[in-house]
Write a protein that binds this ligand. Structure first.
Ligand SMILES: Nc1ncnc2c1ncn2[C@@H]1O[C@H](COP(=O)(O)OP(=O)(O)OP(=O)(O)O)[C@@H](O)[C@H]1O
Ligand SMILES: [Mg+2]
Length: 621
């Protein structure tokens, strides 16, 4: 079997190009220019003072070439007059020479100032955008993160926040080049409008070519995003601690490297293909531009030879033509670069435009400080967005205050999905979830989450200190060692933490220097400590005990039972010894609640629960 067949085909070779690649149309290019004002607004928000300094420096710098040519022309004319018919030098002659010198000095200094402003602006912009990006990403629905299309968008937006910094510099350059060009063009125009028209005409084809290839480049990069994401993933797999064990023992390296190399080669070929095309066409169009420049140059020389213009004017004009020609070209190139950058900005702006659907409605209620009636699932059915498969079907149950319930069921029956609905990470497809008789959607999300503490089966292992790892349960308490220790003590994590070289201040994990990693069970105890620190009205543990040894698990749950006495809790576990301690057990089967009751009752019924219990018990006999 080929490696491609194993991992799918995100490189886009067989993908439908009409869907993935934007067609290179002019309208779209122009539309993309609309991205410039919002982006410039971000730049302005990030650093208004520096932006003004940058702009001023650039405009002044832009006028220097014409000024220098004009002063140079006056100097030459004076010298020529002195030599040809002994006209004395004007009294301000040496002043002109000094001015020429000063202009050159100012130009050199301004270049440095502009560089400095560009760097400052870029840094501020990057920080500003990254912060906005993080804030925005944190607000989006969980659903978004489970959608690959969204992921590609996020990825492109991330890259853009750093890569698009160029845009600021380029925009500044465009302004500078435009001012220079206009000033030099005015100088040429005074002498001959036709000269100017000829010059411009020769540059336009190069501009069109540039824009065309810029657009092709964007299309390509757009199309390559999924493949690049896969490359990143493969690279990551090959270089993480988690991956290393399996990679070695299963001998996966050749497979991963092979796949990486296949995808990378494909991307390389596509990119080089476009670059080669650009080389041929670009060279051809450049020749047209050069012909324009030298054609007008020859015209000026001819007019000087036949005596129509003076040497001083000729030098002024050839300087202006040279400057204008390279600047017009630069203006066009820069403009197409901007159009290109603006296209890339589409993704960033689109990402900012993604709005979360699960939000607090205006005037939402605060969650009850003391829950009176508890939670109720009323005929809840649920399918994940984008899928028609009903994971939960008509599920109804109540969770009263001071009740501890457990959910059991085989893998993939929808236990974790119930938790996601109860915590309003998703809204039900049908039916209602009530809290104290009111729909969950009536409550303010933040305040609802304040009242719930959840430890998911795939809880996070933060590569931070042990203390911070517990503090994430209620981050306001991060500087309260007393409460953090108490939580660790309750979850039995304290013993493991005390053994660490730096105790609670020990950085965990393996990413950072001096960090110490924990065993799976030790991590779980730390995660459970978060739930105790959270001290919320509803505590949910979604199977965070799978890696605990038998004694630890017994102790952890004994404590959990004691500590949640009189509180609302929801427990998901595959171990019946644990589940037994709940007031009520819900048995989930095929997305429905098949049975519910206490352990002994359910055993008596002799249904699905009894069957699963027997299976597990048989293993211990
Ligand atoms: N984000 C998602 N998008 C689409 N389908 C999903 C998503 N998450 C879970 N599912 C599907 O929903 C079903 C129920 O998943 P859920 O995680 O709730 O199961 P579970 O009962 O918690 O299983 P386990 O015991 O393995 O933890 C599964 O078949 C799964 O494939
Ligand atoms: Mg689960």
């Amino acid at each position: 079997m080929s490696t491609r067949a194993l991992v799918g085909n995100p490189a886009g070779k067989d993908a439908n190009p009409a869907e993935d690649i934007p067609s290179p149309r002019w309208a779209e290019r122009l539309r993309a220019l609309r991205n410039i004002p919002p982006v410039m607004k971000y730049v302005w928000d990030a650093a208004p003072g520096v932006a003004v300094a940058n702009l001023t420096s650039r405009v002044v710098a832009a006028l220097i070439p014409l000024s220098m040519l004009a002063v140079g022309r006056m100097i030459l004319a004076a010298i020529y007059a002195l030599r040809a018919d002994h006209t004395p030098l004007p009294h301000y002659f040496w002043g002109l020479v000094t001015l020429e010198f000063a202009l050159a000095g100012i130009a050199a200094v301004l270049m440095r100032v502009i560089d400095f402003c560009d760097t400052t602006l870029a840094e501020r912009f990057m920080k500003h955008i990254s912060v906005r990006l993080m804030k925005h990403a944190a607000n989006l629905d969980l659903m978004s993160y489970e959608d690959p299309v969204f992921y590609d968008k996020l990825e492109r937006a991330r890259v853009q926040s750093t890569d698009r910094v160029q845009m600021i510099k380029i925009s500044g350059r465009l302004i500078q080049e435009t001012v220079t060009t206009v000033s030099l063009a005015a100088g040429i125009f005074v002498y001959s409008p036709w000269l100017l028209i000829a010059l411009v005409a020769c540059v336009v084809p190069a501009f069109l070519g540039e824009t065309h290839f810029a657009f092709l480049g964007y299309s390509l990069s757009f199309q390559q995003t999924p493949a690049r994401r896969e490359l990143d993933y493969l690279r990551l797999l090959g270089g993480t601690k988690e991956g290393a064990k399996e990679l070695k023992l299963f001998g996966l390296a050749p497979f991963l490297v092979g796949r990486y190399s296949d995808v990378a080669t494909e991307l390389h070929d596509q990119t080089i293909g476009v670059a080669r095309h650009r080389l041929y066409i670009g060279a051809l169009l450049a020749i047209v531009g050069v012909a324009g420049y030298y054609g007008t140059y020859a015209f000026v020389i001819y007019h000087t030879v036949i005596g129509l213009i003076s040497i001083a004017t000729m030098i002024f004009l050839t300087g202006a033509i040279g400057g204008a020609s390279s600047n017009i070209q630069a203006v066009f190139t820069t403009f197409s670069e901007i159009a290109n950058q603006a296209l890339f900005m589409t993704d960033l702006l689109e990402f900012f435009a993604v709005k979360p659907k699960i939000i607090s409605k205006p005037g939402a209620l605060p969650a009850p400080k003391k829950i009176q009636q508890g939670f109720e699932f009323k005929n809840v059915s649920f399918a994940y967005p984008g899928s028609s498969r009903m994971i939960l079907k008509n599920v109804s149950f109540k969770l009263a205050p001071s009740e501890r319930i457990a959910i059991v069921g085989e893998n993939g029956q929808g236990k974790t999905t119930i938790v996601k609905l109860l915590t309003r990470l998703y809204d039900p497809t049908e039916g209602q979830i009530l809290l104290d008789g009111k729909d969950l959607r009536e409550y303010d999300l933040e305040s609802l989450w304040q009242e719930i503490g959840v430890i998911f089966q795939d809880f996070m292992r933060y590569e931070m200190t042990a203390s911070a790892n517990i503090a994430v349960g209620r981050i306001e308490e991060r500087n309260n060692p007393f409460r953090i220790r108490a939580a660790a003590n309750k979850s039995l994590a304290e013993q493991a933490i005390r053994r660490l070289p730096k105790g609670f201040d020990q950085v965990l994990g393996s990413r950072f220097k001096g960090a110490v990693d924990l065993s799976g069970g030790e991590w779980q105890k730390i995660a459970i400590a978060r739930a105790y620190l959270r001290d919320a009205q509803l505590l949910i543990l979604d199977e965070p005990t799978a890696a605990l040894d038998a004694r630890s698990e017994h102790e952890v749950f004994q404590r959990f039972s004691e500590l949640t006495e009189g509180k609302m809790s929801l427990l998901i576990s595959h171990r019946f010894s644990t589940v037994k301690m709940s007031n009520r057990i819900l048995v989930l089967k095929d997305g429905e609640i098949a049975e519910q009751g206490q352990h002994d009752q359910l055993l008596k019924v002799g249904g699905h629960y009894a069957e699963m219990f027997e299976l597990q018990a048989a293993n211990y006999r």
